[in-house]
Design a protein around this ligand. Structure first.
Ligand code: PLP
Length: 394
């Protein structure tokens, strides 16, 4: 065989639903030489990662750690550890990822009651409360930031409801963590999972997760062993907990990456970070609307870090536009999933990509590509709208 040339990936701006660009400092941290996974110096780094994760999740939960795999493994970890065959589970299902949670819960042998909404819908507390009080499930599953639709689901009142009914509250924060407030303790969340490649601006490969004391008690009182060996938290905590004994080889470089990613989040400060995401959201939104795009989610429940927008009138095929953005401008955006496939674009402004220069680059490129596609767009229509939004915000 001929040996392929050394890697030389094209330059890209990653504005899809994830992965998002990794911060330069994170990439540099990843070039740090390896340590052994039980080296005392590495154990210190692990402990620091856990402490920083608690700060970012706003929790005192001892069991807070990154699972050595992507966000879906975090979802699977929460479910396989907390539920057993025959358990009752309620899931709010209004998008692609909540639909996956239903699938995972069913694979665990549970009886799932779905509260359904058309994609893009938001679940009102009274509707969730009615079902949870009637079914009395062991677990309620909610996707906080539904990346397929751009919806931010409010979680107010769910913690109290779940305590009243003896239910565990499990939330997907894969797209919300470090972009919008996530308050595990204040909200009474029992289990949450996230990922490294969205708001934390690290490469994919880790899934930070956290278990409350109630969740831990549930784990300890299981009737049967957790079916998955790799994701069994009672085993994983032998490595990430007090014992620090071998379970699997820690992914050293990924842990270096998240260590630096979390340091960056905490240096900026969570409130500043959320405000930055909101500021750039408003500017991008003004620009996209000026270019004729409408949002899937209701205004009051729109995520600042993920814009799911319908194709503007006059564009019938979404793929050629995305292809042109990628090939000519090096910008990646996402298409729709499931029932929104072919109908929307999904644009991420997450982590270090939530910046004014990124907003202007994307809007400038979109103006050009959409004009070429035949839309009568005045030059500067999008970027001027963004500039006005930034000025209005002061
Ligand atoms: C991205 C995403 C996931 C899946 O994460 P992976 O890292 O791709 O495994 C799960 N839930 C939501 C809401 C997501 O946006």
């Amino acid at each position: 065989m001929t040996i392929p040339p050394a890697l030389q990936p094209p330059s890209r701006l990653l504005l899809g639903p994830g992965p998002s660009d990794a911060h330069q400092r994170v990439l540099r941290a990843m070039a740090t030489p390896l340590l052994g996974h039980l080296d005392p110096a590495f154990l210190t780094i692990m402990a620091e990662v856990q402490e920083m994760l608690r700060a970012v999740f706003r929790t005192g939960n001892m069991l807070t750690l990154p699972i050595s795999a992507t966000g879906m493994a975090g979802m699977e970890t929460c479910l396989v550890n907390l539920v057993e065959p025959g358990d009752k589970v309620v899931i709010c299902n209004g998008g692609f990822f909540s639909n996956r949670m239903v699938d995972v819960a069913q694979r665990c042998g549970t009886h799932v009651t779905e509260i359904k909404r058309p994609w893009g819908g938001v679940f009102p507390l009274d509707e969730i409360a009615e079902v949870v009080r009637r079914v009395r499930p062991k677990m309620l599953g909610v996707v906080h930031a539904e990346t397929s639709t751009g919806v931010l689901q409010p979680l107010d009142g769910l913690g109290e409801l779940c305590r009243e009914t003896g239910t565990l509250l499990v939330i997907d924060t894969v797209t919300s963590l470090a972009c919008v407030p996530v308050e595990l303790d204040a909200w009474g969340v029992d289990a949450a999972y996230s990922c490294s490649q969205k708001g934390l601006a690290c490469p994919p490969g880790l899934s930070p997760m956290s278990f409350s004391q109630r969740a831990l008690d549930t784990l300890h009182n299981r009737k049967a062993k957790v079916q998955s060996w790799y994701l069994d938290l009672s085993l994983i905590t032998q490595y990430w907990g007090q014992d620090r004994s071998y379970h699997h080889t820690g992914p050293i470089t990924s842990v270096y990456a998240i260590h630096e990613g979390l340091r960056i989040v905490l240096e900026e400060g969570l409130e500043n970070r959320f405000a930055r995401h909101r500021r750039n959201y408003k500017a991008l939104r003004a620009g996209l609307e000026a270019l004729g795009m409408r949002y899937v989610a209701p205004d009051a429940h729109q995520l600042p870090q993920l814009h799911a927008v319908y194709l503007p009138a006059g564009i019938t095929e979404e793929l050629p536009v995305r292809k042109r953005l990628l090939e000519t401008f090096g910008i990646e955006i996402g298409g729709g999933l499931g029932e929104l496939k072919g109908k929307i674009w999904r644009i991420g402004l997450m982590g270090c990509n939530s910046r004014a220069d990124v907003v202007y680059s994307l809007l400038g490129a979109l103006e050009r590509v959409l004009s070429e596609a035949g839309l009568g767009i005045a030059p500067g229509a999008g970027t001027i709208a963004a500039q006005k939004a930034y000025s209005a915000a002061g």
